[in-house]
Ligand binder design. Structure first.
Ligand code: GLY
Length: 258
């Protein structure tokens, strides 16, 4: 594979013991914290296998969704952006990520009111960023991020989404011009030039995967999509995600990567 971004670092946060109080629309039942801890350890091991240096932050017991660190910041090769999460119960999580990012980034920017923005709505494709407008990310937040990213020389497109928690609930950029996506995003003109791998409706959760250097981290239990990815030559590390799925969370949500 060529033309892939090289990642060296990740930040994760251990699941809080009150994660059963996290926001969810899932009908799959309450997460089991012990099993979530095991699944989280497997995720960390997978990131290390991909060559990343992984910083593991302590659980935040006041924030049941805080394991989903992706939503509180955006990491680029030139700056980190602290977001302003759109869910009230998650908004203050940002204060607990900034110290960890300050050690790694000399340029730290912030999304401010009236803008709201979740990192799960931001998809990086080389020097271009797609911003999903969702129930969490409003237009003011998107415009603020455009202003910030433009000053660093990045380009941006806005994607209006429906029926998804976040943009990356329905689409993942797997490098090498490959986009994994839900069928209803396939005709979007912004994605016309990419090689598209469509996730079948019965495997929709599998659209949230992440390319990390030589591997794609992929949720276990989605064989049709897994086979499609393998046929393109991608190497998968399949990971159990059942307990995070119960909180509407996917593989990308569990880390910040740069
Ligand atoms: N449960 C993850 C979120 O709603 O942000």
């Amino acid at each position: 594979m060529k033309n892939s971004k090289k990642f060296t670092n990740a930040i994760v946060r251990v699941p809080a013991s009150n994660m059963i109080e996290g926001i969810t629309t899932s009908l799959e039942g309450q997460p089991d914290h012990d099993l979530a801890l095991l699944q989280h350890q497997s995720y960390v091991e997978a990131l290390k296998r991909c060559g990343l240096d992984v910083a593991i932050l302590d659980p935040l017991e006041d924030y049941p969704d805080s394991v989903f660190v992706e939503d509180v910041a955006i990491c680029t090769s030139k700056c980190a952006v602290i977001t302003n999460p759109g869910a009230d119960s998650r908004n203050a999580e940002t204060a607990f990520i900034e110290p960890a990012l300050s050690a790694a980034f000399s340029n730290i920017e912030h999304i401010k009111e009236p803008g709201t923005l979740d990192g799960g709505d931001i998809m990086m494709v080389g020097d271009h960023f797609f911003i999903g407008l969702s129930a969490r990310t409003n237009r003011a937040g998107a415009e603020e991020l455009i202003r910030i990213l433009s000053t660093y020389g990045y380009s941006v497109s806005i994607i209006e989404i429906e029926g998804l928690l976040h943009l990356k609930t329905g689409i993942a950029y797997l490098e090498d011009n490959i986009m994994l996506m839900h069928e209803n995003l396939a005709d979007h003109p912004e994605f016309a030039s990419y090689t598209k791998i469509i996730v079948p409706p019965e495997e929709e959760y599998a659209a949230n995967a992440i390319r990390v250097n030589d591997f794609v981290l992929f949720p276990s239990g989605y064989p049709v999509t897994a086979e499609k990815l393998r046929r393109t030559g991608l190497k998968l590390i399949e990971l159990p995600m059942s307990e995070f799925r119960k909180l509407d969370g996917g593989l990308s949500c569990l880390s910040l990567r740069w």
